[in-house]
Ligand binder design. Sequence first.
Ligand SMILES: [Fe+2]
Length: 369
Amino acid sequence: MNYQLQLPEKIIFGRGTRKQLASVLPHGPVLFVTGTHFAARVETEFLPDLAGRPCRIVSGIHPEPPLDDVERVRQAAREINATAIVGIGGGSAMDCAKAAAALLPESGTVADYFYGKKKISGRGAFFAALPTTAGTGAEITSNAVLSDPGTGLKQSLRHASMFAKVAIVDPELTYDCPPAVTAASGFDALTQAIESYISRNANTFSKLLALQAARNILPFLPVAVDEGAARHEARDLIAEGSMLAAMAFAQSGLGAVHGIGHPAGAVLHVPHGVCCAILLPTVLRWNLPSCREQLGELSAALIGQTPEVLIQMLEGTRRMLKLPSNFRSYGLKPEHFAFIVENCRSGSMKSNPRDLSDKEVAAILEELL
Ligand SMILES: [Fe+2]
């Protein structure tokens, strides 16, 4: 069995580790990229540690960052001659910062690279990532999910040089995350752990990480979402689980939940984590004939039960978290199937344990109407 491991240069995990950011950044101006809600916190918590350095904050990054947001961040970084771009937020803020860092020295538009007209050289700026939600794993991976609202296309910009130089996973940053966001992003992380474990490209290293990620997340996600006293300890575990799941799928790739979830989410405007929650049990049932051994192994290690029981347990967890079980409320109609089928053939579908024909993808969607 041959494999190679690709991860950020440095990964720092633990409560309070965000205070280490200033010490790991290179000299020079710093551009912070964050969501609307977190901008004030960047100003009070991070800028004082960088006193004396030119800094700027770009906030208001949209979900599945549109190309214009990346252009805006890249422009701001050029204006201050940034030597580092720091993404602090959910997957969108981190991905936007990651793409802008990769494209900082490049000529042409962001769209040139999104549509493959030009190739990324790998000479991008220093990029650091700090997640404030536990789920996407964008701090660990080398791709940035972007969208073009003009064409409705959502896909990854990807290059081996796009791994963060430093990923700082401080669970305290997730403590204020609203319950609904914690539930959806946690389900994304759980999906990523399971899809990684049963991926065609899984290896010893990725499976160990994926199993531990699922162990951290499955039993503790309802506790993390609850407002009870135990939620901080639970959120520490979810933050670590999300990081481990991303370290796993950065090696193994994902599966059909992500393959189908991206175009479905784009066309129906479903948040990514919610999409994962809707699709995971159904896709696992479809995959089961092709991955009984792998899913059996995972189920036995996790809950001492069969894959069928694990899938039922995932449905129960989804119910407990008040996440939907189909796309009905998002208006899925048979007329959407063609777009989803046409746009689902990403790398995730290639690592899915079962080859799914266009007809089979449509049949999966049929079950979720
Ligand atoms: Fe995901």
